[in-house]
Design a binder for this molecule. Sequence first.
Ligand SMILES: [Zn+2]
Length: 143
Amino acid sequence: MSFPLPEETPLSQPYWHALRQGRLTFQRCRKCRHAWLPPRAECPECLAAEWGRSGVRVNAVSPGYTLTPALQSAIDKGQRDVSLLNENSALGRMVSTEEVARAVCFLASEDASAITGANLPVDCGWLVTPSWHTYGGLRPARR
Ligand SMILES: [Zn+2]
């Protein structure tokens, strides 16, 4: 099974070029210089400030390791160790594609009508775990 790749644009070309070389690269917002991966010419905060008075809300969703069909296939083939992927998330699992979609739908809905300039991590707590490694790792589940 193959999946379509995102279209390579002049904006994303440096990102895809670096990925082909086995490197990750970040791109900085042209206005505030905040670093983003994948590349964005401008960040949600800057775009929200620019477009808010025109009635446009700008938000972003940043998924963590998402159990896509491609990732499931790699796990099934033994190419990815699911325990390593789950180990570093606060919830101990990966994100489902449905959870990413629900976050996008929420931000686009009237329930989020007062939210703009947000970057919503949908990552099962992957971003919050690195500081815990300083203290010996995440705590075991509490019962
Ligand atoms: Zn910015």
